[in-house]
Design a protein around this ligand. Structure first.
Ligand code: M6R
Length: 609
């Protein structure tokens, strides 16, 4: 999603703004730009497409200003063109914006009534005009911004500079994240600490509703009620965490191969090595896992599929009824939730707008909220009662890989902890399950060893127009995840189905041109899934069977191709079967030459609804 940076510095800022924007590229964008204040005047350079287009233009611009703002834009209002790229300038105001202004049409009509026609199709430019009008009416910049913020509905983060004000930058956040960076004699704004990592590790995260006024000497924050507040200064490790491909061709490849390591790290945080049992953080006051009647899980995309796997574990092992929904639906469903119950949200970024809204809905219903998150400073982490952290490290590829398996690892440990608390797990069985989890990193290494063979199969799948993924039971979410991964980076249509649902409709799609990927470990449901495989085979479909050695020995011959995953306790099969589906998607996309790490139309962190 869009990325913001602002620097109020002592050195020329144009190159530094671009450097920061490069670190935000992982969020996904389709145009970029900067605006600086040079000799009291606003100057702007923008370009559609990737940052290299912007740097080519900047090379001609010869800017030496020491204050500026920059932006990578992921199109919402208006297509990805130079005219719609940020920053937007109206009179003496330059602004960059993440988020969506919901009352945009009404505000635009107000401008029209004054005879003002915006240049772009964006909601952002409207805000620039409104602030400029307030300035023209005699307000000072701070007053003008506060005045206009009161008029806006929707989600936003802004960074704003003003012609004639060389020592002022204003930031504001409602919904979308924004952080203040503290340099030596300079101040910064960024949509996350990663953007500012080259310049500072000292960060203050703004809270929802905050407005910040920066000068080179310092800053002041007003909260939503416009009272002066102090937000804590934090030291981040973002600088040490990013950002290179470590010799891999893509971040996604690097992140797939990091899984043995980050899974081990994540599990280590949830294990008591002395006893071989699960160790969970202290529960928030008022939450008793033993007497919990039900639980709700909400998330989006891949995190949602991790939640689906979590539901199987929690219901099967902990006997806890779990309701799960995608956050974008859940937030408007007005689901009745009993106060004192537990809601779990799952999010890699911790900033996904729908998941955050679901969290807030649950809190308003008196729920305790636990969050499985990868970014500990994120809004979701900060607003939750209990943080169950994944230790995947920064995930840059838009297609989630290592964050997914780390979410699974945390959910597995959580399910074990809940089962124990509810008296459904004796010590010996718990140790067995923990032992199975401990095997996961080693078995993932073995699964990765199949990469060359999987790449060859992926190249065949890359010729298809449609692909079906089938799975049953706990591997049904893996079929959904496999299809999502495949379509998002290869742009080939792929759907995941519960294998048993096939004859209720989707089987009509099957012919010799539709490959079917069947995810079927040799577990209690294996024979049933194989029956479904036979049904599609009989209709000419080419089968790619992903199974273990026992499954391959029994039915591998029926498949066009078989991918063998190491045999393991069925409890951890989702962790292992994630690897071949990730590799299939990755290698098909590489073969097709798509932008693997930043696929078209997608953003890493979806901070708008
Ligand atoms: O940051 P989050 O985990 O909340 O993101 C949720 C989804 O947007 C994300 O998982 C998305 O589906 C990925 N691109 C899938 O690979």
């Amino acid at each position: 999603m869009c990325g913001i940076v602002g620097i109020l510095g002592r050195e020329p800022v144009a190159d530094r703004l671009v450097e920061a924007l490069r670190r935000l590229e992982y969020r996904g964008y389709d145009s970029a730009g900067i605006a600086v204040l040079e000799d009291g005047t606003l100057k702007r350079v923008r370009a559609a497409g990737k940052l290299n287009n912007l740097t080519a233009r900047l090379a001609q611009a010869n800017l030496h200003a020491t204050i500026g703002i920059g932006h990578t834009r992921w199109a919402t209002h208006g297509g990805p063109s130079e005219t719609n790229a940020h920053p937007h300038i109206a009179g003496n105001v330059a602004i960059v914006h993440n988020g969506i202004i919901e009352n945009y049409a009404e505000l635009r009509d107000r401008l029209a009534a004054r005879g003002i026609t915006p240049e772009s199709d964006t909601d952002t430019e409207i805000v620039a005009h409104l602030i400029n009008i307030a300035l023209n009416e005699g307000m000072k910049p701070k007053e003008a911004v506060l005045h206009v913020l009161d008029e806006l509905r929707g989600a936003f983060a802004f960074a704003i500079i003003f012609a004639g004000h060389d020592n002022l930058m204003i930031g504001a956040r409602r919904g979308s994240p924004l952080a203040v960076g503290h340099g030596e004699g300079e101040m910064m704004l960024g949509s996350d600490a990663i953007a500012l990592a080259p310049f500072t590790s000292r960060i203050t995260y703004l809270e929802d509703g905050d407005v910040v006024f920066l000068t080179r000497e310092g800053f002041e924050i007003l909260d939503e009620e416009r009272r002066h507040v102090i937000r804590p200064l934090q030291f981040t490790q973002a600088a040490s965490l990013l950002v290179d491909k470590g010799g891999y061709r893509h971040f996604m490849a690097k992140e797939i191969h990091e899984q043995p390591d980050v899974l081990g790290h994540t599990l280590g945080e949830y294990l008591d090595f002395g006893t071989g049992r699960v160790k969970l953080p202290d529960m928030p006051e008022g939450l008793d896992l033993a007497t919990l009647e039900r639980m709700t899980i909400t998330a989006c995309g891949t995190a949602f599929y991790a939640g689906m796997v979590g539901k199987y574990w929690l219901e099967q092992i902990a006997r806890l009824p779990v309701e799960i929904d995608v956050a974008s639906e859940f937030r408007y469903r007005e689901a009745p939730l009993k106060a004192g119950g537990l809601s779990l949200v799952i999010s890699q970024s911790g900033e996904t707008a729908d998941t955050l809204a679901a969290l807030r809905y649950c809190k308003a219903q008196g729920q305790k909220v636990a969050a499985v998150v990868n970014v500990p400073e994120s809004t979701i982490a900060r607003e939750s009662d209990l943080v169950l952290r994944t230790y995947a490290g920064p995930e840059v590829g838009v297609a989630s890989t290592k964050a997914f398996t780390c979410q699974l690892m945390v959910l597995a440990a959580f399910a074990i902890g809940v089962a124990r608390a509810r008296g459904h797990l004796d010590e010996a069985r718990e140790q067995e399950l923990v032992h199975a989890l401990q095997q996961a990193p080693r078995l993932v290494v073995q699964a990765l060893e199949q990469e060359e063979r999987i790449a060859a199969i992926a190249r065949e799948l890359a010729h298809a127009k449609d692909i079906l993924y089938l799975g049953r039971g706990i591997n049904y979410p893996l079929a959904l995840e496999g299809a999502l991964k495949f379509k998002e980076i290869s742009y080939i249509h792929a759907e995941g189905y519960a294998a048993g649902e096939l004859k209720h409709g989707p089987i009509a799609l099957i012919d010799e041109n539709v490959p079917v990927v069947v995810i079927a470990p040799r577990d209690a449901l294996f024979e049933k899934t194989v029956s479904n495989m036979e049904e599609v085979r009989a209709r000419g479909a080419k089968i790619v069977l992903i199974t273990d050695e026992a499954g391959a020995a029994e039915h591998g011959a029926k498949a066009f191709q078989t991918i063998t995953v190491p045999a393991a306790d069925t409890f951890i099969s989702p962790l292992l079967y994630a690897i071949p589906v990730q590799l299939l998607a990755y290698h098909a996309a590489v073969f097709l030459g798509t932008d693997v790490d930043q696929p078209r139309n997608l953003a890493k962190s979806v901070t708008v609804e």
